[in-house]
Design a protein around this ligand. Structure first.
Ligand SMILES: [Zn+2]
Length: 415
């Protein structure tokens, strides 16, 4: 049979031979029988050493990579071995993994596609089920986590992400070096305990080698970094500061728009949200006109906008001293502005002044844009794969998409 010689070419398992292949037209399944090669010894599944055969178990079916739209099933009578050290055990077979119904090759195949398509689409494309795709990804991720190399880690970024609808958060820790950006760890919640677990995982020695840590202003993170990673330069995430500023500005604008409408004024603030939130360079012509128009009125929104634009200069500084001076001047100006949301931002920045200036001490080497990019990918992964309701499934999906984990070796890759 031609199919058998094809299989022998691409996927030969030492110690076993393909016996016969049969197409079942009704179920569109290709069934391939396997038997042990004469004189070969079975391998004990506990200690991975050859042992003497003891008896045969009933037939087991393993799903293999589909071919020409047909399901492919390997049929094999598992043997039990009488192992000198472990006693009577089931043998281990090179195409299977423990009690999994899918072969290793097929699980790698499904996991590979699950990174490109959603899990549902993967299942549909290969006539499998969501559960089987999930199992495959879980196997690959588990293997990857056990075999990945953590060291060396020079720079990490920590961020939180919302999941499972409602106010549940995950803590994500990324490695953010130029040569290596990957998701290192996922924790439940965003507490000191959950983030602390990451440092427990990597151990004190690795933690001591970390040079840069990038985070937002979330207090539990700041506390953990100070305690567990005190030698590293701690940098506040630029992206989060800009986001805070924009949130404040939006608050000012919305409140003022309501007030103007209430007092019966012309709705000058209507549809100006993006005019003031976007960077000036990114505005289209119409928005630029609206903005210029807006700035002519003596509105709180206009003043808050100018303060925000002014603040952007901070990032151009080279020396921490001059950046610090600029920051102090800016904060003083805001405190006189009587715009409460902006004053709140200024107070926050003041209280984190040293961390903020670490950005310049680190010579801008660490761009927190990396964290932002990874977080966007994480959000996309979660959105793409509806059905991630449990923490466990969310966890493996994120590791799979962003962990850059090593993969088990197989004789032939079917993708
Ligand atoms: Zn054994």
């Amino acid at each position: 049979m031609r199919l058998i010689s094809l299989l022998n070419h691409y996927q030969r398992y030492p110690g076993f031979v393909y016996e016969k292949a049969r197409l079942c037209r009704e179920t569109q399944t290709i069934e391939i029988s396997i038997r042990p090669r004469r004189g070969s010894r079975p391998v004990c599944s506990s200690c991975e050493r050859p042992a003497t055969a003891y008896d045969h178990l009933s037939l087991r079916r393993f799903e293999f990579v589909p071919l020409w739209g047909c399901m492919v099933v390997l049929r094999y009578h598992m043997r039990r071995v009488d192992c000198r050290t472990c006693g009577v055990r089931v043998e281990t077979v090179p195409w299977g993994v423990g009690k999994h119904q899918l072969t290793k090759a097929y699980m790698l195949f499904l996991a590979h596609w699950a990174r490109k398509l959603s899990w549902q689409e993967t299942a549909r494309s290969f006539r499998s089920t969501w559960e089987k795709v999930c199992q495959s990804v879980e196997y690959v991720v588990q293997w990857g986590l056990e075999h990945r190399q953590l060291a060396p880690i020079a720079a990490i970024g920590v961020d939180e992400i919302q999941y499972a609808r409602g106010h549940k958060y995950l803590t994500l820790v990324y490695q953010i070096e130029q040569q290596c950006t990957r998701l290192l760890w996922i924790g439940r919640e965003r507490t000191t305990e959950s983030f602390g677990e990451f440092f427990t995982l990597i151990g004190e020695e690795l933690a001591g080698q970390i040079e840069f840590v990038c985070s937002d202003m979330w207090q539990p993170y700041l506390t953990v970094i100070r305690e567990r990673c005190s030698r590293a330069i701690h940098i506040l995430d630029r992206f989060h500061i800009v986001a805070k500023m924009n949130a404040a500005l939006d608050q000012v604008r919305a409140a003022e728009a309501r007030r103007l409408a209430h007092d019966g004024y012309e709705p000058v603030l209507k549809k100006t949200r993006w005019c003031v939130l976007k960077r000036k360079a990114n505005l289209n012509e119409h928005q630029r006109f609206r903005l210029r128009d807006l700035l002519r009125y003596n509105l709180q929104t206009a003043r808050a906008y100018l303060l925000k634009e002014d603040f952007q200069q901070l990032w151009d500084y080279q020396s921490p001293q001059w950046a610090g001076k600029f920051l102090d001047d800016w904060c003083a100006q805001v405190m006189r502005s009587r715009i409460e949301p902006m004053k709140k931002v200024a107070r926050t920045l003041r209280s984190h002044r040293p961390l903020l200036l670490n950005y310049f001490r680190a010579k801008k080497q660490i761009s927190s844009g990396v964290v932002e990019g990874l977080n966007n990918k994480a959000k996309l992964t979660m959105r793409k794969s509806f059905g991630f309701r449990t923490f466990r499934v969310t966890e493996i999906a994120l590791y799979h998409a962003l962990g850059r984990l090593p993969e088990p070796d197989v004789a032939h890759r079917f993708y």
